[in-house]
Design a protein around this ligand. Structure first.
Ligand code: HEC
Length: 126
């Protein structure tokens, strides 16, 4: 292989990584806008620390996204808090999976926007 080929491969690799990082960032930015619009922060807090104005009155408490740990394994794959689990919880609420009725399901939010919400929530881990 010629030396120039290596450079081309490396350049392509770097470009691919940059594009992937940029997509993730764009998703998270869109997710923040949806988070604010859907008022997730009223319970989960403006920055996701689980300290929204309604949180005081709730038991169990809304999840703090700063901790980055999740409870529900909605698809029974033995792992809680996968993207699929978070999608199910945000869409259907946690009562459906044996939890509190105070985590309301949002079937009105399209899956693509829920994916963006999840990308945003993942950035809130400390
Ligand atoms: C009325 C208050 C309230 C609102 C509004 C709310 N949540 Fe929650 N959320 C909760 C509570 C309470 C829990 C904990 C439920 C439990 O443990 O059973 C929770 C849990 C969660 C979890 C963690 C699930 C797990 O497996 O640990 C996620 C993710 C989540 N909410 C996302 C969202 C998103 C995104 C929104 C906005 C679209 C939202 N929530 C709006 C109260 C709320």
């Amino acid at each position: 292989m010629k030396k120039i080929d290596y450079y081309v491969y490396i350049l392509c690799g770097v470009l691919l990584l940059l594009t992937a990082a940029q997509n993730a960032m764009a998703d998270a930015a869109a997710g923040k806008a949806i988070y604010d619009e859907a008022a997730c922060g009223s319970c989960h807090g403006p920055a996701g620390a689980g300290d929204g104005p309604a949180a005081m009155a709730l038991d169990p408490k809304p999840r703090s996204f700063s901790e980055g740990t999740f409870k529900y394994d909605t698809d029974g794959d033995g792992k809680s808090g996968t993207d699929a689990d978070l999608l199910n919880i945000i869409k259907n609420g946690s009562e459906k999976y044996g939890g509190a009725a105070t985590m309301p399901g949002r079937t009105d939010i399209p899956d693509s926007e829920i994916q963006a919400l999840i990308a945003y929530i993942r950035t809130l881990k400390n």
